[in-house]
Design a protein around this ligand. Structure first.
Ligand code: TYD
Length: 138
C-alpha cells in the first residue's frame, strides 16, 4: 500500500433548514465491513495522536466537528490530508504510518475500523515500520 491508496470520500449530504444530515454505509462509502468505531475528542492544543501503523486494520476517518490534519506516510512519501467538513472521510488502508495533528478547539475525529481492537495489530516503532515496509511484509 502507498499513500496513493488513501482516498478522500465525499459522503451524501441532505441540506435542510432544520440542520444537515450525512451518513456513511459499510461496503459502500466505507470500503470495508465495520468492526469498530471510536472517536477522539478534547485534544489539547498542539497535541498529536495516532503515530503508528496497522498491519491489517483499515480505517475511515471523519472530522465530525472542527478540523485536523492526517499525515500519511508509506515509507517513501508523506501526504497531509486536511479534514474540516463533516461530509468528507479519509480511507486509510492498512500498512501506512499515520499521525493526526493540528486539532482545532472542540474538534471530534470519528474513526471506523475494519478490525476489533488488537494491540498486536499496531506497529508503534517507526524504524520497525520502515523495515517491514522495505521487506514487503506490510
Ligand atoms: P491509541 O490507538 O494508542 O491512540 P492513538 O493512536 O489514536 O493516539 O489508543 C489509546 C488507548 O486506547 C490505548 O491504551 C488503547 C485504547 N484503545 C482501545 O482500548 N480500543 C480502541 O478501539 C482504541 C482505538 C484504543
Amino acid at each position: 500500500m502507498t499513500i496513493k491508496d488513501c482516498k478522500i470520500i465525499e459522503l451524501p449530504r441532505f441540506l435542510d433548514a432544520r440542520g444537515n444530515l450525512s451518513f456513511a454505509e459499510q461496503n459502500n462509502h466505507i470500503l470495508f465491513e465495520i468492526k469498530r468505531t471510536y472517536w477522539i475528542y478534547d485534544v489539547p492544543g498542539g497535541e498529536a495522536r495516532g503515530g503508528h501503523a496497522f498491519k491489517e486494520n483499515q480505517e475511515f476517518i471523519v472530522a465530525l466537528s472542527g478540523a485536523f490534519d492526517i499525515v500519511v506516510d508509506d515509507g517513501q512519501q508523506k501526504k497531509t490530508f486536511s479534514l474540516n467538513r463533516s461530509y468528507y472521510g479519509l480511507f486509510v488502508p492498512a500498512g501506512l504510518w499515520r499521525e493526526m495533528n493540528n486539532f482545532s478547539t472542540n474538534s471530534v475525529a470519528l474513526e471506523f475500523g475494519s478490525k476489533h481492537y488488537d494491540r498486536e495489530d499496531y506497529i508503534r516503532d517507526y524504524n520497525t515500520f520502515l523495515n517491514l515496509k522495505s521487506d514487503g511484509k506490510i
